[in-house]
Design a protein around this ligand. Sequence first.
Ligand code: CA2
Length: 150
Amino acid sequence: MSHLVYVLNGPNLNLLGKRQPHIYGHETLADVERDCRALATELGLDLRFHQSNREYELIDWIHEARETAGGIVINPAAFTHTSVAILDALNAFDAPVIEVHISNVHKREEFRHHSFVSRRADGVIAGFGTQGYLLALRRVARLIAEKNTE
Ligand code: CA2
């Protein structure tokens, strides 16, 4: 299985570290990307790191990953709670998918408690701050390694 992992980020996550630090912390998305790249190198993974405010762009990256990637880490942001289209795209992807939320969505408003993406995700991380991305990458690396030794 490929060592390429896509890390995908949904709408408004480009504002990370710039607003609402009491919910999402002080790290920017560029900080998260830097930390993910450093860990990926350690784990022997190649990384594609993307953010978009447009649903179709996230779907296009998931389709691209179908051809090339061994796993997807995705924080779909608000699309988590609304997007059957992203769920359908992930259902057409055959390798591990880990869903990440920076905040603990279960501690927040009721509308954040439901995730379409969780119906497909192999694991879900919520409430670990931006460290959740690193935990997710470690899990994907493990799942790829297990698949490659089957
Ligand atoms: O906790 C998460 O990671 C979320 O996926 C973040 C989404 C939210 O809609 C989900 O319910 C939970 C929101 C992302 C917006 O990020 C911002 C960051 C800083 C300032 C403003 C928005």
